[in-house]
Design a binder for this molecule. Structure first.
Ligand code: HEC
Length: 113
């Protein structure tokens, strides 16, 4: 019994460790973890509210077809006016690619142009 618990604890540790390759998060998970809090649709999401004021065609990121890859990379690395930058240790270039693909391909809340 005790060994079983230990095994579970060890598994959880490995799952949380960043150096572990196994079970890497996909674009949807990376978006949910790093971007959704500010960029999801609806009130209470500062980025969505600001982008609405900035008169983007669609305020939520999900489903936006007008964003290009270089722009998303540069915003994520450098931040924007209110948006904090992400370091490569937090989000690798490959992670940003995954998030970008997810944003482009996921079904948006409204029909993005
Ligand atoms: C702490 C809140 C916050 C987080 C987390 C955040 N953003 Fe942002 N983001 C903003 C805000 C606010 C803006 C609106 C522009 C501004 O004022 O900075 C923005 C703008 C953007 C834009 C520009 C959109 C446009 O139309 O020009 C992109 C692209 C973007 N964010 C991508 C991301 C991605 C990808 C992630 C996750 C890896 C992310 N953001 C995480 C707050 C955030």
């Amino acid at each position: 019994m005790k060994m079983g618990l230990l095994a579970v604890a060890l598994l959880m540790l490995t799952a949380c460790s960043k150096s572990s390759d196994a079970d890497k998060p996909d674009g949807a998970e990376l978006y949910a973890l790093n971007c959704a809090g500010c960029h999801d649709p609806g009130p209470g999401h500062p980025a969505t509210m600001l982008l609405e004021e900035m008169e983007r065609p669609v305020a939520p990121l999900i489903g936006r077809k007008d964003l290009d890859k270089d722009y998303v990379h540069s915003v994520v690395r450098n931040g924007l006016i209110e948006m904090p930058p992400f370091r490569p240790t937090e989000l690798t270039d490959a992670d940003v690619d995954l998030v970008f693909t997810y944003i482009k391909t996921a079904k948006g809340p409204s029909n993005a142009p």
